[in-house]
Design a protein around this ligand. Sequence first.
Ligand code: HEC
Ligand code: HEC
Length: 298
Amino acid sequence: MMAFWLVIATSPSLAADDVQRRGEYLFRAAGCANCHTDEKNHGAPLAGGRALKTSFGTFYTPNITPDPDTGIGRWSETDFIRALREGVSPAGEHYYPAFPYTSYTQLTDADLHAIWIYLSSRKPVRQANKPHDLPWYLRSRVFLGIWKKMFFHAGAFRPQPDRSAAWNRGAYLVNAVTHCGECHTPRNILGGFKPSLRLSGNADGVEGAAVPNITPDKKTGIGKWSENDLAEYLETGATPDGDYAGDVMAEVIDNSTSQLTKEDRRAIAAYVMSLPPLEGTVRKRTDRKPKPKKEAYE
Ligand code: HEC
Ligand code: HEC
């Protein structure tokens, strides 16, 4: 009986610690710090200002530290969850999909809560946001409402009951957390995903660089890789043919997938290799002409 009460008495703080730790794990896996820190110019962590060059213009990430004036220090948890689930700001404005809420919408409530707890524990940094550099016709956020009606479906991930827990974990990590499709899925001219071609490569990816097909198609994808090859690549960046990941993928591996548990990397690999092979239009990485290395996203 004594022990029982001890557990009750100590569990709230333990649980809070666990939640924050889970939040940190997810935050890293989701690459939040990656985009929201201007590392190139030695910017403070999470204070934003990183330039994201896209075919639509240059976006500057906002400050997501708990600073009340320049960050999100006045936000409630509900505001935060709405931003990631629905792509809507506390003032009711739509976000540009350069913020991958198109994937984060699938995060579960419990995981969004954990990320919020972790984010709220970070150091506030006073740094004003920089306006995006976009063509005039994209500056109004009103059109984003139409875009979202056409291409965005809000809602948390729902596990498929006929699949294993590991498969569902892989699906969740790929689609909600590590957002592989944001780069690897081809988009239409309006920047919406082509869902039937999921993960089959994007000829006009980040900074115009091609992003390879990662479905298990033998000819144009990674059909010749084993599940182990893929898990290994996500840990070390080494490809089965003795090459190394370059471009932004090296950054994804460093900051996100190499930091996952082995089980989570294996779940991602098993899920990706279970997808239908799709013939992609992007030439395989090994067929591409070598090009000068660029800064990630820049
Ligand atoms: C690929 C880059 C990228 C990643 C990864 C990313 N963000 Fe962002 N985020 C952005 C951009 C760009 C905006 C601004 C969107 C706009 O102005 O419409 C933004 C906006 C936000 C906002 C709204 C801030 C405000 O002041 O309105 C929050 C909150 C946020 N991100 C949190 C996160 C969290 C949490 C993660 C990880 C789960 C994350 N972001 C991952 C690029 C990114
Ligand atoms: C920010 C964009 C981005 C994200 C997110 C991303 N990738 Fe990549 N990925 C790339 C790029 C660009 C390359 C090409 C890298 C190179 O040239 O070495 C690549 C390469 C790869 C390759 C090598 C394919 C080959 O034929 O050599 C695999 C496998 C891969 N990614 C899997 C994934 C998985 C799984 C995820 C999610 C966990 C993911 N990627 C997330 C951009 C991304």
